[in-house]
Write a protein that binds this ligand. Structure first.
Ligand code: SF4
Ligand code: SF4
Length: 379
């Protein structure tokens, strides 16, 4: 069958590249409280030295988890204006008091006019309790037309004003964005989806292109596909050994500067950071291969091959990604919030009205079943 992966093809899809671009010196700018002998990476031409495992603050971060990550030497913290409707920046900001100069801090704006972008950065800085972030991203942009000249001008202005040191784009579809980003020539960093489940075949070329051009690449959605999928939030916890293996898999790619895995417990943070110093093993590979097959019908690999193919206009990969926030990360609120951010006419489409789905997923996802679940659960 077209979507079937053999252990051999899974192996071949992995990355075995020299560790170019790695930096072994401690950052002159960012001094860590308890360094672990970690090999730092350079975030592209920004020159920022970052720990390969960062900390995704997520919608409503737990201060104890942030503290544990920091104590273990993690120096990269990622948030966004819209996470938790501002709560993420609020909690992270409180946590960072007295530590701001010891971390590399990234936030994002989902705004699309000059006026609202400039307003957003002011709100973010006030909420985070700092006078600048290190990286300020345009949030969740999947086609070049979503980033206008006006938005680029505003992002540059934020940089010129010293409110961010660098600017970036976060995207779930780097293939659609890479040439645009390189042609614009203004962005310093890209945050993108990358994991064992959505990695090598769909992402490596774009990541290599960005890396060669000096754009720092930050990997997100690194561990989500290692969760044990199930319909009941909170029983849907992460598999720790699979999570560790998944981060190690991502870090084999020297084009990735850092990662922003989420953690729901202190134990998960402690496991995540081990990926910075442990080798990817044959056992890790086996764990990921098994998990990849377990989630085959459920987890969208974000290859975007079905983009624009639903005649009714369902953004298939987007709705499936949103469902994964619930089914894989156990976060119903984040999933519902993201679903309700879709335009009303999109939210109102019901896949149950189709006798058959025109989309035949090359990766084996049961598209119609999963979309019906998303629409029934989240609308
Ligand atoms: S549903 Fe299948 S084809 Fe569509 S983006 Fe997801 S993995 Fe790719
Ligand atoms: S079931 Fe129908 S509406 Fe849903 S994605 Fe498939 S073709 Fe589109």
């Amino acid at each position: 069958m077209k979507h079937k992966t053999t252990r051999r093809t899974f192996l071949q899809a992995g990355i075995v590249m020299p560790a170019a671009g790695l930096v072994s010196a401690r950052s002159p700018e960012v001094l860590l409280p308890k360094p672990l002998g970690v090999v730092y990476r350079t975030l592209g031409k920004t020159g920022l030295k970052v720990t390969p495992v960062g900390c995704g603050a997520g919608a409503i971060p737990d201060p104890d988890i942030l503290a544990r990550a920091f104590d273990l030497g993690v120096n990269y913290f990622d948030t966004a204006r819209i996470y938790g409707q501002g709560k993420s920046e609020q909690i992270l900001g409180r946590f960072l008091q007295g530590k701001r100069d010891k971390v590399v801090l990234a936030s994002k704006t989902y705004s699309n006019t000059k006026e609202t972008i400039l307003k957003d950065i002011e709100t973010s800085l006030k909420t985070l309790g700092t006078d600048h972030v290190d990286i300020y991203h345009q949030h969740s942009r999947h086609t070049p037309k979503e980033i206008t000249d006006e938005m680029i001008e505003a992002m540059e202005l934020v940089k010129q004003q010293g409110k961010t040191r660098f600017i970036g784009v976060s995207t779930h579809d780097p293939n659609a964005m890479v040439d645009f980003i390189l042609n614009v020539g203004k962005f310093d960093a890209v945050q993108t989806t990358y994991s064992y489940a959505i990695g090598a075949p769909f992402r490596d070329a774009a990541i290599a292109k960005l890396h060669s051009a000096g754009i720092g690449v930050i990997a997100m959605k690194v561990v989500i596909a290692t969760a044990t999928p199930g319909p009941i939030p909170k029983e849907n916890h992460l598999s720790n050994e699979a999570g560790l293996a998944a981060i190690k898999w991502v870090l084999r790619n020297p084009g990735i500067s850092t990662t922003v895995p989420f953690a729901e417990t202190i134990a998960e943070v402690e496991i995540n950071v081990r990926a910075m110093t442990e080798e990817f093993t044959a056992q890790d590979e086996k764990i990921l291969f098994v998990r990849s097959e377990e989630i085959r019908e459920l987890y969208c690999r974000m290859c975007f091959e079905c983009k624009g193919k639903c005649p009714k206009g369902v953004p298939v990969a987007d709705e499936l990604r949103i469902l994964a926030y619930n089914d894989f990360a156990g976060n119903f609120h984040q999933a519902r919030e993201a679903f309700w951010d879709l335009p009303r006419e999109i939210r109102n489409i019901r896949c149950s009205d189709c006798a058959e789905c025109v989309i035949k997923c090359r990766n084996g996802v049961k598209v119609r079943d999963r979309l019906i679940r998303a629409q029934e659960l989240l609308s």
